[in-house]
Design a protein around this ligand. Sequence first.
Ligand code: ACO
Length: 378
Amino acid sequence: MMVCEYKPGLEGIPAAQSSISYVDGQKGILEYRGIRIEELAEKSTFLETAYLLIWGELPSKEELEAFEHEVRYHRRIKYRIRDMMKCFPESGHPMDALQASAAALGLFYSLRDLHNPAYIRDSVVRLIATIPTMVAAFQLMRKGNDPVRPRDDLDYSANFLYMLNEQEPDPLAARIFDICLILHVEHTMNASTFSARVTASTLTDPYAVVASAVGTLGGPLHGGANEEVIQMLEDIGSVDNVRPYIQDCLERKAKIMGFGHRVYKVKDPRATILQKLVEQLFEKFGHDKFYDIAQEMERVVEEKLASKGIYPNVDFYSGLVYRKMGIPTDLFTPIFAIARVAGWLAHWKEQLAENRIFRPTQIYNGRHEIPYAPIEQR
Ligand code: ACO
């Protein structure tokens, strides 16, 4: 048997062959199904991009309308799911609430007709349609309010912001939010996508696939960095404090949140797009000193760390966008999940097409031939 070198975290080891997305970390390129992210962010919508990722091609006008229609009419969640969510503790993290709710959907739609394209489409539509409803419902219920019913006359992102804030959003805010979803929908083989594919490989239902991926995304090393960026900007408090803060981080060898990436060694292309969105948002809804702090941070970090390939990543500016929209910090990662569910489902479908159950090996470094000690001798 071939002996492989052990790589902690499987760094650099291909876990799948995939045609869903592509990253060139040296040139700062991200493509979904071969199309550059900049073009999709400018011209596409989240649902259109989700369709592209899951079915491999941009939809025709008729295909897109049919998909939007199906998603629109599957947004409501069952009363029993809502009642179950009402029993969740208000102090619980919204990611835990989302993981439990996504898994609970599997109780109602447990058929595992994995070779049937209609089943696959139905599951894709239901998950993309109901995850935002569940995130908004938990937010309202933990404040003691009743969840707001989805509105069929609103687009995907506008409807989510409406359900969350109980008022119709400004069209620019809704469009910017939709672009944020496009930027977060997919990013090659990361921890939650790997988790989704491992779960998918056992041929379980897609609700279990998404629930396991949500659980993986919830950790601070993966989905949670944009929450920490906001905390950091609040701690810094003013532009004058930026340089001493960064100097202190470097002396303590502490990581500066929102900077650096395992793959990108130049500025993350998603951060470049997000920065422009922050500017548009602030122009319309008023300036924010946190953007000045962020810009100064980018300047100082570039001066000190560009030689190591440390530049802003996607998390550096996304928190500023959500904060300006009045979204609570602990909903940033559930919003990441609202977007990423479409990427996970694309990987679910790709995994099923040529499935082999994941069964890696391990390097045993424990003991052997230990005599069993009776309990009174231990
Ligand atoms: N601040 C300061 N120095 C940094 C940073 C940072 N944010 N990131 C990397 N470096 C330095 C390291 O100290 C190291 O320096 P050294 O060679 O002198 O020891 C060098 O750059 C390489 O760093 P690694 O930690 O080996 O890089 P790795 O690829 O393992 O880490 C990671 C990537 C985890 C994203 C890291 O940059 C980090 O912790 N950043 C802050 C957290 C963050 O923003 N996470 C979100 C990532 S995007 C996402 O997950 C959606």
